[in-house]
Structure formats: structure tokens, C-alpha cells
Design a protein around this ligand. Structure first.
Ligand code: PEP
Ligand code: MN
Length: 361
């Protein structure tokens, strides 16, 4: 895919801001005026809201598009809204919406994404595609491909985090590695961080925004409301225009690169050391697996099972202790060791069951 930028590069990342939902004309215009004065690049507001349960506030509908049109006329800010079906697309286009976005609950469903793609086919409008609710990079890329196949080349991705069942401080866990993999696969695709939906609460917003800037994201999408606590949707994660301005002002803007000779030289030096260590690590892992192969042979000869829980517990305990001394988090040590252990079991299983045909994993 040959993406064209949705946003022109500036000194700082792109700022997209506005309420979760358009509620009233006054609320929309008041927010837009404040944000326009702060130099925000794109105004967002949801008109049709995909809510978890029926019966709640499901968006003001088409009337809100007139308010967004007014925002454009009065403040000059371009506007964006979420579309999820053919009617949304037609209505949004009719009202001159500048950028469309596909929401997380739409990206997750290829039928819906295809419907949106078919509806915009042949129209020259930028589209932002949010990640699906579940942590599935292929599904995210698939949705982008469907939009691209409809002739849209100005596409950006929005990282809004992923549903997670379990203990987490986030509303949607970021899984940064997934978005970074998307950036690696498609370096020309602009990636925006929707920290509001990742965080779900306003006190976490600044930290996640800074992380996005540290990771070279192209921009930030933030939900901003004149009276956040009274918002009709996503109240806990919205901030006032004033707080938004404060937060943005305190973020450290990182540059993608520099031509400073001293910096480049030092980095080269440090990266050589990293490369050497990576090579050592791989050599050591190779050596470890060759030992696992030998152990596999030996267990086979004695008909002993591969998995030995006591030994595995000992390895983990020792590694946690050692890891702590070296400043490594317990989670990291566990992830690395589990991966090594799994590979070791796979090696032993291969040695012990050479004659058994594999039927899957
Ligand atoms: C939104 O942006 O208000 C929204 C509904 O987001 P998501 O699709 O990420 O849930
Ligand atoms: Mn929202």
C-alpha cells in the first residue's frame, strides 16, 4: 500500500481534539472556539455513538453534522466524525466533513468495514482507522486494506488500545508493541494515539501522551469537553479545554531524527554495543537449546517426561532474584524465561517424538 499523509508534518505532532459526543450546538461550538484558539489541527465529535448497551445516549444523529459545519465556518477548523455504515458516510459527505474515522467496534467487523469502504469508494477523503477492540493486528491491517482498496490513499491509523479482561489501570490496554509493529510494516502510515480511550480516566492522559510522543507517533486524539463531568458519554476521560492546553504544553516533543554529528556518533557507538550483546544473546540461546536437545535425548532414553515443575519453579525463582539485582522487572524476566522454556520444551519434544507426525499446536 502506498499511503499519502493525512496530515502535513509540522514541528509538533498533530493535535486532534473535541468532545466524545456532540451534545448540543452550544457545547460543540464552545469547545471548538476554545480549541481553535489553541491551534488544534482537527476537531473531533461523535454524532452516532456505538454504545455497549441499548437505551443510553446513542448520539444526536444527523443534526450534529450541521453543528460541525458551523464549527468549520466559524473557526476554520477542519472536522472529523465516526462513520459506521453507508448512511453515516453519505450524511457526513453531504455536510462537508473533512476527515472520516472508523471506530474500534466497526474495525472489528469486516462486513461493516466493507460497507463503509463501498460507500466512500471513488471519493477523495482522508480516513482514519482505529484499531479493533481486540488485540488483532491483522484485523486492523485488513480494515486499512479494505479502505485502501476503495481508492482512499490518505489513511491514518488511530491507536486507542485493546479490550482486556483482567486487572489493568487502563480502560483499554495499549499493547504498544502492536502499534509499533504496524509502524514498522507501514512506515508511511501516520499513526495517532487516542489516549482518551486508552486511559478511560483523565489522570493517566499525560503519561500516555508522552509515551506516544516518545515512540514517534504522528499525533494525539483527545476528548475535550467544557464540563467533562457532565458529559453525556465518556465523562471520566474528558478534560476541559484549559486542562488540555496545560497538558499539551507540558509534553516533551521528540524529534524523529537529527543531523547533529556528536549525537549520531554517540548513538552509533552505543548501538554497536547493543548489536554485539544481541549477537551474544542469540549465541547463548542457541547453546542453551543444544543442551535442551541433549537433555531430550537423555530423557527419551530413560523414558522421563519433558516437563518437570519443580525444576521450572527453581529456574523462575532464581531468575527473579537475579533479575531484580540487575534492575529487570519481574514481568520482563518472566516473559523472557517463559519464551525460552517453551522453545526448550519444543526442542525436547522434537527430539523425543521424531517419529510422531505433528498435527498442529
Ligand atoms: C470515540 O472516539 O468516541 C469512540 C467511540 O471510540 P472507539 O471507537 O475507540 O471506542
Ligand atoms: Mn469516547
Amino acid at each position: 500500500m502506498d499511503f499519502k499523509p493525512v496530515f502535513t508534518k509540522k514541528e509538533r505532532p498533530v493535535l486532534i481534539a473535541g468532545p466524545c459526543s456532540a451534545e448540543t450546538e452550544e457545547q460543540v461550538l464552545a469547545t471548538a472556539r476554545a480549541l481553535a484558539a489553541q491551534g488544534v489541527d482537527l476537531f473531533r465529535a461523535g454524532i452516532w455513538k456505538p454504545r455497549t448497551k441499548p437505551g443510553g445516549f446513542e448520539g444526536v444523529g444527523t443534526v450534529g453534522l450541521k453543528w460541525l459545519k458551523k464549527v468549520k465556518e466559524e473557526t476554520g477548523l477542519p472536522v472529523t466524525t465516526e462513520v459506521a455504515n453507508t448512511q453515516h458516510v453519505f450524511d457526513a459527505l453531504k455536510h462537508g466533513i473533512d476527515v472520516l474515522w472508523v471506530g474500534a467496534r466497526t474495525t472489528v467487523n469486516p462486513f461493516s468495514v466493507q460497507e463503509v469502504a463501498d460507500a466512500i469508494s471513488g471519493v477523495d477523503i482522508p480516513v482514519m482507522v482505529k484499531n479493533p477492540v481486540n488485540a488483532d493486528l491483522k484485523l486492523w491491517i485488513g480494515a486499512i486494506e479494505r479502505i485502501y482498496a476503495a481508492g482512499i490513499t490518505r489513511i491514518a491509523a488511530i491507536h486507542r488500545g485493546f479490550s482486556f479482561h483482567g486487572d489493568t489501570k487502563y480502560r483499554n490496554v495499549p499493547h504498544w508493541q502492536l502499534a509499533l509493529e504496524l509502524k514498522r510494516l507501514f512506515p508511511d502510515l501516520q499513526v495517532i494515539c487516542d489516549h482518551s480511550h486508552i486511559c478511560g480516566r483523565r489522570d493517566l492522559l499525560a503519561g500516555v501522551a508522552q509515551r506516544a510522543f516518545d515512540l514517534d507517533y504522528d499525533g494525539l486524539m483527545t476528548e475535550v469537553h467544557p464540563c467533562p463531568d457532565e458529559a453525556w458519554s465518556d465523562a471520566a476521560q474528558q478534560v476541559t479545554p484549559f486542562d488540555y492546553q496545560e497538558m499539551v504544553a507540558h509534553l516533551n516533543i521528540r524529534h524523529s531524527s537529527t543531523t547533529d554529528a556528536g549525537y549520531l556518533q554517540t548513538m552509533e557507538h552505543l548501538r554497536h554495543q547493543i548489536d554485539d550483546i544481541d549477537e551474544d544473546l542469540l549465541n547463548l540461546l542457541g547453546a542453551r537449546m543444544r543442551l535442551a536437545d541433549q537433555i531430550g535425548e537423555y530423557k527419551k532414553a530413560n523414558n522421563i517426561s519433558i516437563f518437570q515443575p519443580t525444576r521450572w519453579n527453581e529456574i523462575l525463582e532464581k531468575a527473579f532474584e537475579k533479575g531484580e539485582e540487575k534492575g529487570l522487572s519481574k514481568g520482563f524476566v518472566e516473559t523472557v524465561l517463559r519464551a525460552i522454556h517453551k522453545e526448550s520444551i519444543d526442542h525436547q519434544a522434537k527430539v523425543m517424538n521424531e517419529e510422531i507426525v505433528e498435527v498442529g499446536n
